[in-house]
Design a protein around this ligand. Structure first.
Ligand SMILES: Nc1ncnc2c1ncn2[C@@H]1O[C@H](COP(=O)(O)OP(=O)(O)OP(=O)(O)O)[C@@H](O)[C@H]1O
Length: 229
């Protein structure tokens, strides 16, 4: 069976130098992989490279395959972005209601009747562990949610697309312990269902949530990283 994401000797460079890589790893269906390394090692840059959303001036080399399809550098498209979804470190909550936010990605990717979209958005809120807290306030402004609830709303917005791969950039770094636990419960519930790549600075969190780990050293050397099949 194809890996959900397969990366071979992927590196990202600016005009002047290599910022990260080369790295090689696979993400498997149903498995949660930790992406670890010191600050500046390139974790966020790798996540952006996997969805072909690098800042201008940065380019990717090496092979990226998503569900068996090779994505040439600079050729990411809407299909890729529906299959692999990045949830950034800082939750981006748009103006509008909780439901509007959960529907946001779906509205842009799928042309389906409003009712079908709504059903999927509600399922995603359930999958993100937020449903019981927002079921009676779907039409309220999303801006009123707590930080932990906002993080799970962003998770729901990503899950509504039913992605094969989910890339989570330090999803709990700004949260207190109670909110962190709730977000962790939601991530743990994805095991067996999605391929998840989780950037975390917290070894205990990686231990709790991840089946395998990819370590990025500061300016990763030529040696291949862990978790290579
Ligand atoms: N647009 C850019 N132009 C030039 N260099 C960049 C750009 N974006 C990131 N970098 C550099 O790439 C390296 C990796 O940055 P990145 O943010 O991916 O690290 P990180 O491992 O996610 O760090 P942290 O754990 O602190 O979030 C850093 O040296 C950073 O300065």
């Amino acid at each position: 069976m194809d890996h959900v994401i397969s990366v071979r000797r992927l590196s990202v460079r600016s005009r002047e130098k290599t910022l990260v890589g080369p790295v090689s790893f696979n993400l498997e269906q149903g498995s949660t992989t930790g992406l670890c390394g010191p600050s500046g090692a390139g974790k966020s840059t790798i996540l952006r490279a996997l969805v072909e959303l690098l800042p201008s001036g940065l380019t990717r080399d090496g092979e990226l395959r998503v569900l068996g399809r090779t994505i040439p550098p600079g050729r990411g498209d809407a299909e890729l972005r529906a299959k692999v979804v990045l949830v950034p470190q800082t939750p981006v909550v748009f103006g509008g209601s909780v439901l509007d936010n959960a529907l946001f990605g779906l509205r842009h990717v799928l042309r389906a009747p409003q009712e079908a979209l709504r059903e999927r958005a509600e399922q995603a809120l359930e999958e993100a562990g937020l449903w019981t807290e927002v079921a009676d306030r779907l039409d309220s402004p999303a801006q009123n949610l707590s930080a932990g609830q906002r993080q799970r709303l962003c998770l729901a917005r990503a899950l509504a697309l039913e992605p094969a791969g989910l890339l989570l950039d330090e999803p709990t770094s700004a949260l207190d312990e109670r909110s962190r636990d709730k977000v962790e419960q939601s991530i743990a519930a994805l095991r067996g269902r999605r391929a998840v790549l989780l950037v975390s600075h917290d070894p205990a969190q990686v231990e709790r949530l991840c089946d395998t780990t990819v370590h990025l050293d500061q300016l990763t050397t030529e040696s291949e990283t862990a978790a290579v099949a």
